[in-house]
Design a protein around this ligand. Structure first.
Ligand code: NAP
Length: 323
């Protein structure tokens, strides 16, 4: 089969399809004929050698949609690697039925972004099945979502709206913010010309937000903490800047704010957590209240172009590669 085999780290421009052996059929796995796969920031970090546990050679790609060999079931799925290929062998626990009426392109945009966005709210204590419920509040619940116009960001806006949470999102582009507003984003902040810390305080009457989707790292971790209200939570789930998170412990003490980590790679192996998240998301999906924002569709052979689009912050919503 053809697959996007990463043989050397740090060479985005040399990503190309290669002939590799078909996946081995094992008793506990099904083989899925992949039709579409979602691009994630983690695919870039991995191929740059900046993601934990990556060893070359490996087949890139963390999420896919297609049909189960033998039964023809239309499914979408999550994996640690191997989605940028014509086929994958995968345990049933990591596939879900494609929602009624969705294409494989739409379905491949669901697993990573929607599970991550839901689990951030879950960790922040803002979902009905919360890990540890948020402290009571008389003010409306609010979330600050960095990279709001991206894959996780656009999922977080939609889920936030369904949870009754006011969403404040950051982006480098007014155009992307307008699209996110059409999805339900309450307030947009263009960080290219506005200071988001100051704007968040203005927009929340000086209170701050209940939770921050923090995926930037570096100074943004401490600045995000300063955007947070008493007892609020900063959920750290990425470091797009490539810099180590900096902490403002004084603000954390004085406002009883906590910083939590979240990594889908480890949570995905916790079947109870993922099953509970799917129970929460499925009725919204079936009612047509959640739908991935697919901004770009391109053939798998153009993966390096897709990676560059994301790295250069030019993507809106999800980038999908088709097989
Ligand atoms: N922990 C987990 O399990 C998990 C799961 C999924 C994703 N993530 C993390 O969530 C973040 C978003 O992932 P995604 O796949 O949904 O990507 P994405 O948001 O679709 O694309 C990345 C966006 O981040 C923004 N950005 C801000 N600073 C950036 C920088 N220094 N370099 C590049 N982009 C920057 C850009 O949007 P603007 O120009 O609009 O700011 C860019 O378009 C990533 O950090 C990723 O690692 C973590």
């Amino acid at each position: 089969m053809k697959a996007l085999l990463v043989e050397q780290l740090g060479k985005l421009e040399s990503l190309a399809l290669r002939d590799v052996p078909d996946p081995q059929v094992k008793p506990d796995r099904v083989v899925v004929n992949i039709e579409a796969a979602g691009v994630n920031f983690a695919d870039i970090s991995s191929s740059m050698g900046k993601y934990p546990g990556v060893k070359v050679p490996y087949i890139a790609g963390r999420e896919f949609a297609g049909t189960v060999e033998g039964t023809g079931e239309r499914v979408m799925g999550y994996t640690q690697m191997g989605a940028f290929a014509e086929k994958i062998a995968i345990p049933r626990a990591f596939i879900w039925p494609q929602p009624q009426g969705w294409t494989s392109v739409e379905s491949a945009a669901f697993p990573v972004n929607f599970f991550t966005a839901y689990l951030v709210y879950w960790k922040a204590g803002l979902t009905a099945d919360a890990f540890e419920p948020a402290a009571p509040s008389k003010s409306p619940r609010r979330a600050l979502i960095h990279a709001v116009a991206g894959g996780v960001g656009t999922a977080a806006v939609q889920i936030g709206k369904l949870l009754g949470i006011e969403t404040i999102g950051t982006s480098s582009s007014d155009e992307k913010l307008e699209k996110a507003k059409a999805l339900g984003l309450t307030h947009g902040i263009n960080y290219s010309h506005d200071d988001y810390q100051q704007r968040v305080m203005e927009l929340t009457n000086g209170e701050g937000v209940d939770c921050v989707f923090e995926m930037l790292g570096g100074e943004h971790t401490k600045r995000s903490t300063r955007c947070t209200r008493e007892f609020g939570r900063v959920i750290l789930y990425g470091t797009a800047t490539g810099e180590r998170p900096e902490f403002d412990t004084l603000t954390m003490y004085s406002k009883s704010i906590s910083v939590h980590g979240l990594w889908l790679s480890t949570l995905a192996n916790n079947r109870e957590v993922i099953a509970a998240a799917w129970i929460a998301l499925k009725p919204w999906v079936e009612a047509g209240q959640l739908k991935p924002e697919v901004g770009h569709v391109m053939p798998m052979a153009n993966a390096s172009e897709a990676y560059k689009l994301m790295l250069n912050r030019k993507n809106y919503g999800k980038i999908i590669l088709t097989v």
